[in-house]
Design a protein around this ligand. Structure first.
Ligand code: AMP
Ligand code: MG
Length: 486
């Protein structure tokens, strides 16, 4: 790894230097070679044993400056002034083959100064879940941190029960979170806030430098990327599960895949996370929560926005108002694309809302409904119709949609192709993830994991060998709760 570390150059109070704690018997589960190539890593001639040593933290590569990052955060609305990397260690940054700066971080590699009472470790199940879901997000075209490697440690971690341990290596544009800003704001450390903002501008939003108000431009740009990201989540039925401010990356990548889930049957208020008792992070709440998190970031930046604090507050409010206005537009535009529409017309929103209302009433599978609508575009409406309880209502809706689509010049086949490029056939379904984890944890069998990685890498195709990954869960397979496993 040719490291080019920049975060380690920031003032001392940003980070805590720490070495990974070696594990007993690391074994490689997976190594993402295409990603390694993209990162420009030199792994020629390295066997699995060597890779396992590196990606467990047992062998620290030359040029790494391992550290834990300081951050704070609102957890379920409650402010915690110090969180930080309690079980993650940043090895360093590399410039990838496309010239982009990328973080390489180990997760589950032992305690740091920020571990509080935690053991600094990760259980194998959550490691596999994060690997699968983050790579699936990438394949779906949704900004997300990437999975570079996964290893087993040969040690057990104590959760409610004893479980096999793992270490996950992830790659991110950066690991800077809304909570990183909150850490310094809580300490009224304006100097650090400025240094952090300058770092974020250089790294993620260089165009903000051209603005007369660069910090406002940065805030605006962060808000816009979140708007886009959350919209993409909603389009594929993704529920993050823990949208605490420390789990929102200012780069605009999806980060910290804990109790996340893709919904099967559609319900706007769907919640999976076992710790989200109030449904704060329910499917449909995600845009509002993103805006709430941006508001917390805006508060941190008030001292930097303008010397006149009233003016600074107005500027921040402007960004929030823009987000509130932009989101519904962005959402409708995404939904139009899912319905195969290229133009805007009066009544589109009603058309979408009426479909969602039908879907909710029939508790249909979110992913399959849109995929079967692609078939309807190419003339085969039966599979779509067959999903609904109320056939008359489904037929009425189909007629309206056909009429609306006929206002555009695309042929049915062209429309179907365009729809199949945005409506996935394969998502990482919860029940399949559970099967993968059970086989690995109970039988030390990683074949289902590798098979699922192959299937979810091609979400927009309907290959017969992957048909099992397209199916909605049968009643006895349904997953109702997901766990963060921390
Ligand atoms: P999360 O819910 O995974 O986003 O983590 C929230 C906070 O708890 C972060 O500061 C983590 O570093 C910390 N944390 C979670 N699990 C552990 C663990 N096993 N050991 C130490 N710290 C942890
Ligand atoms: Mg987190």
């Amino acid at each position: 790894m040719r490291f080019d570390n920049s975060y380690a150059r920031l003032p001392e109070r940003f980070t805590a230097a720490v070495l990974p704690t070696p594990v007993k018997a690391p074994q490689l589960i997976a190594f993402n070679r295409p990603l390694a190539e993209e990162l420009g890593l030199d792994v020629e001639g390295m066997d699995d044993e060597r890779l396992a040593a590196i990606f467990s933290g047992n062998a620290v590569p030359q040029g790494a400056e391992p550290l834990a990052m300081a951050y704070a955060g609102h957890q379920f609305g409650n402010f915690v002034p110090q969180l930080g990397d309690g079980r993650a260690i940043l090895l360093g940054e590399v410039i990838d083959t496309k010239g982009r700066r990328r973080d390489i971080q180990l997760k589950g590699s032992g305690p740091t100064r920020f571990s509080r009472r935690g053991d600094g470790r990760a259980a194998l199940g959550p490691v596999l879940r994060e690997y699968i879901v983050s790579e699936a997000m990438f394949a779906l075209g949704i900004p997300a941190t990437r999975a570079l490697a996964a290893v087993t440690t040969g040690e057990r971690v104590q959760r409610e029960i004893g479980l096999p341990g793992g270490v996950f290596t992830r790659v991110a544009a950066s690991h800077i979170r809304v909570g990183t800003f909150q850490f310094f704001a809580a300490r009224e450390d304006t100097e650090a806030l400025k240094a952090l903002s300058d770092h974020v501008i250089d790294r993620h939003y260089p165009e903000a430098r051209q603005s007369e108000t660069p910090y406002l431009a940065m805030l605006q740009a962060i808000a816009e990327r979140q708007c886009d990201l959350i919209c993409r989540w909603l389009m594929v039925g993704f529920i993050h599960g823990v949208m605490n401010t420390d789990n929102m990356a200012v780069s605009g990548e999806t980060i910290d895949f804990g109790p996340c889930a893709f919904m099967d049957e559609y319900h706007p208020n769907k919640v999976f996370s076992s710790i989200d008792a109030q449904g704060r992070y329910a499917y449909n709440n995600q845009p509002g929560i993103a805006q709430w998190n941006i508001a917390r970031l805006a508060e941190c930046l008030i001292p930097l926005l303008d010397e006149d604090q009233d003016k600074a507050v107005d500027m921040a409010n402007g960004v929030l108002a823009d987000f509130a206005k932009a989101f519904p537009k962005r959402w409708l535009s995404g939904m139009r694309t899912k319905l195969g529409l290229q133009t805007e017309a009066e009544g589109d929103e009603q058309l979408v809302q009426d479909l969602l209302a039908l879907m909710k009433r029939s508790e249909v599978d979110y992913t399959l409904t849109f995929r079967r609508l692609c078939d309807a575009a190419s003339g085969n409406a039966e599979p779509f119709r067959g999903m609904f309880i109320d056939l008359t209502a489904a037929d009425e809706w189909l007629e309206r949609w056909k009429k609306r689509a006929a206002q555009e010049s695309r042929s049915g086949e062209e429309r179907a192709d365009a729809m199949r490029a945005v409506n996935p056939a394969i998502i990482p379904r919860n029940h399949r993830i559970e099967e993968v984890i059970a086989a690995a944890v109970e039988d030390n069998d990683f074949a289902p994991f590798h098979e699922m990685i192959k299937a979810t890498a091609r979400p927009f195709e309907e290959l017969p060998e992957f048909s099992v990954y397209m199916q909605a869960p049968m009643n006895h397979e349904r997953v109702f709760r997901t766990f963060c496993g921390t």
